[in-house]
Design a protein around this ligand. Structure first.
Ligand code: FAD
Ligand code: NAP
Length: 552
């Protein structure tokens, strides 16, 4: 561990609740926890401020029935500690919320992280003092922390989107959000439950709610492409093999487009295959449907890139919905159309369509009459009133920019990040922004993050930031900030890479594009070139002497 060549003068606070550290980290999800561990290892003092009452971020908040990761456990886990990898035992192929929350709590204890984590502490403002070159961080409790560096590990999917439906407060029953599911018992047995939203969260929770509800009403605005998870207990031999070769697996993850080696035996979605669907005969397409079920829709080389091929894949998908859902009208209503496969984050389920064959489940197809108002006793739609005891919102997140925009972040000249991003986020590498020196984002817009295995992405970002801080210390620099030209070029590059893909098709309305939030600029938020290409670019920039950054 090297010591600073020129130690930063400490800020002295009269108020005893105020502290001064090298790095403030906002958020105690997977990224914030690792950041604390890693920066400590490098000899920096750090504190983590977390709005929630526990650690784990996503896996602390999203405790709805059925909440589950759809990256295999062996892949969706930290690689920074061999001891941790060897001692932790995963039980399922795809870990559930409880197991993941347990894992992140274990990490917090195992590495003695809690002494520097303040829970139930929401950050409200982050302000740069240009003369002193320090950041001041204010919290909802009036605490004040000063630091040379600020790392925003606030999560790409941490701010719930709660639609502003008229009459929401009038409902006399219970209202819950999947992403703010209450801890402890929420008794749903025999209840009439209305579930709004059929994205990943809604699809995951549908079978679980149906299993306990008196009646479940699923309010669907847009049908979903979702594929079966085939989850099950983790094969002990597979786990042992990973334990023998974790180092190699972690290396391979960083070489894989989505940060997943695919060596766990888990079949996430089979495809793409070698053959173009446009060249397949009808018999071949039907044979694929027989063999692979829902996966037949993606098992071709051209579905991800050619709109006509994509539509043929979607036809196979809809054929499979008809085979699964016994009522033909219901199958039709549940069949996605009008936007391509692959434009939205793939949804992975356990018996989603089968659940609609149950007598106690009703699909409310909002295309036949939308939600008009929430009433005292339920939901009024254009097709009638539904009496309910519980309303569950599974309506998604203000993704990637939401958490940052909600904090008053002010950089040089008092410029607010919110204003700088009024027409869409602008970052260099998804790591830093012009005008906000020494402030870093983990998994920020313009980085691969949500398009890949996020543990791998978080570790890579945290390690880059750590190396950068050590470099500044080593060479006596006090600030780092991107140049406007480098940031402009990166924003343009991120846009270019997204163009012409299914993700940005004119018919696509996804949270990747901000399209789920009224008034949010339509900008493709993550970086689509894949994790290896991103890592290669970042490494070239770093070894080229932090090209595109000003170090002063
Ligand atoms: P988070 O886990 O979101 O943690 C951020 C933390 O910052 C939160 O605890 C939040 O409370 C805190 N915070 C935010 N603002 C403030 C503030 N102002 N003050 C104080 N604290 C603040 N990714 C995958 O790769 N595979 C998956 O299968 C997968 N499944 C997912 C399932 C769900 C239900 C959701 C919502 C996301 C899923 N993701 C998945 C994405 C997931 O968010 C990431 O994998 C990962 O958890 C992100 O970690 P993080 O630390 O960056 O952010
Ligand atoms: P989401 O994908 O954004 O889905 C939100 C759902 O709510 C959509 O069906 C949307 O309909 C609906 N909705 C929103 N506002 C509505 C309104 N006013 N009236 C009716 N319906 C409305 O959100 P999510 O399901 O929480 O998932 C977000 C992301 O989190 C995922 O894409 C994934 O990255 C992650 N996640 C992963 C898993 C996992 O399996 N590992 C689980 C949960 C979440 P429209 O489509 O019509 O807008």
């Amino acid at each position: 561990m090297s010591s600073p060549r020129r130690p930063r003068p400490r800020v002295h606070h009269e108020d005893e609740s105020a502290v001064d550290v090298d790095v403030v980290i906002v958020g105690a999800g997977m990224a914030g926890l690792y950041a604390l561990y890693h920066f400590r290892e490098l000899g920096f003092s750090a504190v983590v401020l977390e709005a929630g009452g526990g650690v784990g971020g996503t896996w602390y908040w999203n405790r709805y029935p059925g909440a589950r990761c759809d990256v295999p456990s062996l892949e969706y886990s930290y690689g920074f500690s061999e001891e941790l990898q060897q001692e932790w035992e995963w039980s399922e192929v795809f870990p559930g919320q409880e197991e993941l929350e347990g894992y992140f709590n274990h990490v917090a204890d195992r590495f003695d992280l809690r002494r520097d984590i303040r829970l139930n502490t929401r950050v409200t403002a982050v302000t740069f003092d240009e003369d002193e070159e320090i950041w001041t961080v204010d919290t909802e409790h009036g605490d004040r922390i000063t630091a040379q560096f600020c790392v925003m590990a606030t999560g790409p999917l941490s701010v719930p989107n709660v639609p502003d439906l008229p009459g929401r407060d009038a409902f006399r029953g219970r209202v819950v959000q999947t992403s703010r599911w209450p801890q402890g018992e929420l008794d749903l047995a025999g209840k009439r439950i209305g579930l709004i939203g059929t994205g990943s969260s809604g699809v995951q929770t549908t079978p679980e709610l149906a299993a306990v509800a008196g009646h479940l009403y699923v309010f669907q605005r847009t049908p979903t492409f979702t594929w079966p998870s085939r989850n099950g207990p983790l094969d002990p031999e597979v786990q042992e093999a990973w334990k023998r070769g974790y180092a190699e697996m972690r290396r391979r993850q960083r070489e894989a487009f989505g940060g997943v080696t695919g060596s766990t035996g888990a079949i996430i979605i089979q495809g793409p295959g070698d053959k173009p669907i446009l060249e397949a005969t009808e018999e071949e397409r039907l044979a694929m449907l027989e063999e692979r079920g829902f996966d037949a829709s993606r098992a071709w080389s051209d579905v991800a890139t050619n709109p006509d091929a994509n539509e043929l894949g979607a036809d196979l998908y809809r054929a499979m919905v008809r085979r699964t859902v016994t009522d033909p009208e219901l199958a039709e209503a549940l069949s996605p159309s009008g936007f391509p496969i692959g434009c939205k984050r793939p949804v992975i389920d356990s018996n989603y369509f089968e659940t609609f064959n149950r007598d106690n489940v009703t699909l409310v197809d909002l295309q036949q009459g939308g939600i008009e108002t929430i009433t005292e006793t339920g939901i009024q739609t254009g097709q009638g009133h539904f009496d309910l005891d519980v309303i569950v919102f599974a309506t998604g997140f203000d993704a990637m920019t939401g958490a940052l925009a909600r904090i008053g972040i002010h950089g040089r000249d008092g410029v607010a990040l919110r204003d700088a991003w009024a027409n869409g986020p602008r970052t260099y590498l998804g790591l830093q922004m012009v005008g906000f020196p020494n402030l870093f984002t983990v998994s920020g817009p313009g980085s691969p993050s949500v398009l890949a295995n996020m543990v791998v992405c978080s570790e890579q970002h945290v390690e880059w930031i750590g190396a950068c801080l050590a470099h500044l210390r080593e060479h006596g620099f006090t600030t780092i900030e991107p140049t406007p030209e480098a940031q402009d070029d990166w924003v343009e590059h991120v846009n270019e890479v997204g163009q012409g893909t299914m993700y940005t098709a004119p018919t696509c309305n996804s949270w990747y594009l901000g399209a789920n939030i009224p008034g949010k600029p339509r900008v493709f938020l993550p970086y689509l070139a894949g994790l290896p290409a991103y890592i290669e670019k970042v490494e070239a920039i770093t070894s080229g002497g932090y090209e595109g950054f000003t170090l002063s």
